[in-house]
Design a protein around this ligand. Structure first.
Ligand code: RB5
Length: 153
């Protein structure tokens, strides 16, 4: 079955998000575009919440978020339980985000990276697999911290 990948952006990530939607189709995935749908100013937390919510509730395995820098999207997405959003700037980080961190949201800076770099990052992040083992222990500790009363204390 074709994997559905929710994807969202703010205005600053809009053009890059459109580019990634097309690329996901090329790669054989089914992008679910939650917006934004044009260059008009919007607020990144609104779109981060739509994608991160779907991943957090287990409705989708993973998703992609794009803003100008990727910072606002990653900060917001990481407020959601079960979400591990990684802000990725290059191919090496894309690989580690999956193999070591089991990142289930890819956050990108649409104004920071060019089209070819983003395509390379997206492809690696989609195809690399979590290694488990000692990395599973570490990811488990993230979940344990998330579950503590008072969050992290
Ligand atoms: C919008 O101007 C910009 O702040 C946003 O796209 C993002 O870079 C925030 O982290």
């Amino acid at each position: 079955m074709t994997e559905k990948i929710p994807i969202g952006s703010d205005h600053a990530g809009y053009e890059m998000k459109e580019e990634i939607v097309g690329y996901l189709k090329e790669l054989g995935y089914e992008p679910e575009d939650v917006g934004t749908s044009g260059p008009q100013n919007v607020d990144y937390p609104d779109f981060a919440g739509l994608v991160a919510g779907m991943v957090s509730r287990g409705e989708r395995k993973r998703g992609i978020l794009v803003c100008g820098t990727g910072l606002g999207m990653s900060i917001t997405a990481n407020k959601f339980p079960n979400v591990r959003a990684a802000l990725v700037m290059n191919e090496e980080m894309a690989g580690f985000a999956r193999t070591h961190n089991d990142a289930n949201i890819l956050a990108l800076g649409g104004k920071m990276l060019g089209r070819d770099k983003v395509r390379a990052i997206v492809k690696i992040w989609l195809q690399a697999e979590f290694k488990g083992g000692r990395h599973a222990r570490r990811v488990g500790k993230i979940a344990e911290i998330e579950g503590r009363k008072g969050y992290g204390c």
